[in-house]
Design a protein around this ligand. Structure first.
Ligand SMILES: C[C@@H](N)C(=O)N[C@H](C)C(=O)O
Ligand SMILES: [Zn+2]
Length: 249
């Protein structure tokens, strides 16, 4: 049942109810982008101390059920972001205020003014991710191909370029890359047809069957309903020791 709590929780530890996704659904692939410089800011984001997916237990269990059905079809889920501390969102806001910093524009928002990213719905100042039941994810066709790391300073390709010309990702072709802030990422954009449309619809239907709703601006962003913590914006860091029982000696 939802927990009656409001506002920002400044606690350094997660309450009971948060888990490591890998403990519940170990076959779900993880590529946690905000731990790395390969994201729209271009540097690791505050509060991401370990590359791991932390979510509420009902969300993890629902992802596990979706994964079971997808594996039978030859696909795996891959998460890019899960629980997001408020300090990470604050980092996004500070970055947005520095209009001169466009180091990642050529990949992540070539056609959108960075001053419009919040009003256009691509980034939120209070994000559902901080409530622990929202995830950013894609599909990978199995067997998963290896990936290579992004090298800071490497030439950037637009995230809506043809799949084989974008930054290499072992995901299926969704028409754009993750965190591609562009109307082409709108889930129902009419320019998305054929295999790209089939992939978006497969991801959305597999997750909808387990209680997830999609954000219309972003094919990769889903919230599990009902939310365990519908009103609380957490700020504990993403690391194993934040979790209940996660501080082993
Ligand atoms: C920043 C992007 N990955 C995202 O999650 N956007 C939504 C709107 C959010 O910030 O909650
Ligand atoms: Zn998201």
């Amino acid at each position: 049942a939802p927990v009656a709590d409001t506002g920002l929780s400044g606690g350094a530890k997660a309450p009971r109810g948060f888990v490591a996704l890998s403990d519940v659904a170990p076959t779900i692939l993880q590529e946690i982008r905000y731990t790395t410089p390969h994201n729209f800011v271009g540097e690791p984001i505050d509060g991401y101390r370990q590359p791991m997916c932390v979510v509420t237990r009902p969300t993890a269990e629902a992802l596990k059920r979706a994964q079971r059905g997808l594996l039978r079809k030859g696909y795996s889920l891959k998460v890019y972001d899960c629980y997001r501390p408020q300090r990470a969102v604050d980092h996004f806001v500070r970055w947005a205020e520095d209009v001169a910093d466009e180091r990642m524009k050529a990949e992540f928002y070539p056609q959108v003014d960075k001053g419009r990213l919040f009003e256009d719905g691509y980034i939120a100042e209070k994000s559902g991710h901080s409530r622990g039941s929202t995830v950013d994810l894609t599909l990978v066709k199995l067997p998963a191909k290896p990936t290579r790391p992004y090298v800071p300073g490497e030439p950037l390709k637009p995230c809506y370029a043809p799949h084989d010309q974008r930054f290499p990702d072992n995901s299926v072709d969704m028409g754009t890359g993750f965190d591609c802030f562009d109307t082409l990422s709108h889930t129902d954009d009419a320019r998305i047809t054929g295999a790209q449309r089939a992939h978006r619809d497969l991801l959305r239907s597999a997750l909808a069957a387990e209680g997830f709703t999609n954000l219309p601006e972003e094919w990769w962003h889903f919230t599990h309903k009902p939310e365990l913590f519908p009103d609380t914006y957490f700020d504990f860091p993403v690391e194993r020791r934040s979790l209940p029982g996660g501080h082993h000696h």
